[in-house]
Design a protein around this ligand. Structure first.
Ligand code: NAI
Ligand code: MG
Length: 369
């Protein structure tokens, strides 16, 4: 039997509540399909800080590096506001991203039919939307040096951030985008600002060269990132996969996400490079939302973002495509049945708690299998 090691890092706030619903699905997959998941547990964020004074222990970091995939809940909250910068809850996530070298951040924007009418855009603009934003996560202006505030001595200061990309960084992120496109509608749109940025000139050049060398079967287009922002709200269905840098990706993925609904619905994946021997990628899956301290412990959290993150895990880490499709269909089906958590509640629908929503999706999954 195959064995698949999953490290669960629930974190703080609603993280553990949302993760509890994924545990139900892992149990169902093991029981009904002999999926062979071995679950390991770890602490991250405030939960880790409270236990041992660090945002993630070396031991749990080792587990993350050894696991086939990591499922991450959420971290942070006012309780740890006064905590030192290096051990604050968010530092746990940053350490995981850095040590696992998770350079590719995948943010899908999928419009569930049952929620199309509640989008801020017209129903026909978002209905059936299914796009994937691939954001470079470990380079660019958030990390480039110099990065500082200098005192000019004349009563003025200067804040400096540096946008830097090397060829290999653009090659590997565009490679991920092209490979994912092949499993979808086979189209990639690369977004940069080559009209005003040298890093943008290089970005466009390297994406085009990578395409020509290895992925000529995929349709490639280029768009200026600001125009891309406009097109995302004008006619998002023109896109399949969008590949872009860290800064533009941060903004464009948030814009795309909001086309489709609540923060409580949005999953993400972060992938590393394939192991040269096994081909396996390090990967971490997490909802886009934070720890939502305002609703934590009340059974109000929408677990769909966490469950949809697990569906991405099945798809991208374990190639369990049928199961991932079925789990996503179960989410859509429960929404079609009028089931809602408080954050997506509307007239005539049935309001469920976090656990009831998890149960409904689990039950629906079983009826579909
Ligand atoms: P947040 O995402 O935690 O919450 C924003 C709003 O959305 C809140 O009103 C919350 O109740 C609601 N919300 C979020 N997820 C929901 C869900 N699953 N179901 C229903 N409603 C949901 O962002 P906020 O309030 O800015 O940050 C709270 C804490 O989370 C902070 O400490 C922040 O640093 C941290 N954070 C952590 C992230 C992570 O772990 N990756 C990401 C973003 C924020
Ligand atoms: Mg952001």
């Amino acid at each position: 039997m195959v064995t698949r090691t999953l490290l669960l890092l629930p974190g703080d706030g609603i993280g553990p509540e949302a993760m509890a619903e994924v545990r139900k699905l892992i149990a169902v997959l093991n029981d009904t399909q002999s999926a062979g998941f071995t679950v390991q547990e770890g602490l991250v964020g405030g939960a880790a800080y409270d236990a041992h004074g660090q945002a993630i222990s070396d031991e749990d970091m080792e587990k993350a590096l050894a696991a086939d995939a990591v499922l991450f809940g959420a971290v942070g909250g006012p309780k740890w506001d006064g905590v030192a910068y290096e051990v604050r809850p968010e530092a746990g996530l940053l350490r995981l991203r850095k040590e696992m070298e998770l350079f590719a951040n995948l943010r899908p924007a999928i419009c569930y039919p049952a929620l199309a009418a509640s989008s801020s855009l017209k129903q026909e603009v978002v209905e059936g939307l299914d796009i994937l934003i691939v954001r470079e996560l470990t380079g660019g202006v958030y990390f480039g040096e110099p990065k500082e505030i200098i005192d000019l001595g004349n009563g003025q200061k200067r804040g400096i951030d540096t946008q830097v990309y090397d060829t290999f960084e653009i090659e590997r992120i565009s490679g991920v985008a092209f490979e994912l496109a092949r499993t979808r509608a086979n189209k990639v749109c690369s977004m940069e600002k080559h009209n005003v940025m040298k890093s943008g000139v290089l970005w466009k050049e390297v994406v085009a060269a990578t395409h020509k060398a290895n992925y000529a079967d995929v349709e490639l287009t280029h768009m200026l990132a600001d125009a891309g922002g406009m097109q995302l709200v004008r006619w998002p269905k023109q896109f399949d996969v969008i590949v872009t840098d860290n800064l533009f990706g941060d903004m464009l993925s948030d814009v795309a996400a909001m086309l489709t609904g609540s923060l409580g619905m949005l999953p993400s994946a972060s992938l590393g490079a394939p192991d040269p021997m096994s081909g396996a990628r390090k990967a971490l899956y997490e909802p886009v939302h934070g720890s939502a301290p305002d609703i934590a412990g009340k059974g109000l959290a929408n677990p769909i973002a966490m469950i949809a993150s697990f569906a991405m895990c099945l798809r991208y880490s374990f190639n369990m495509v049928a199961e991932a499709d079925r789990l996503e269909a179960a989410i859509a089906g429960v929404l079609d049945d009028g089931m809602r958590t408080a954050d997506i509640m509307s007239d005539g629908m049935t309001q469920l708690s976090t656990a009831e929503m998890g149960d409904a999706i689990t039950a629906k999954y079983l009826t579909l299998s």
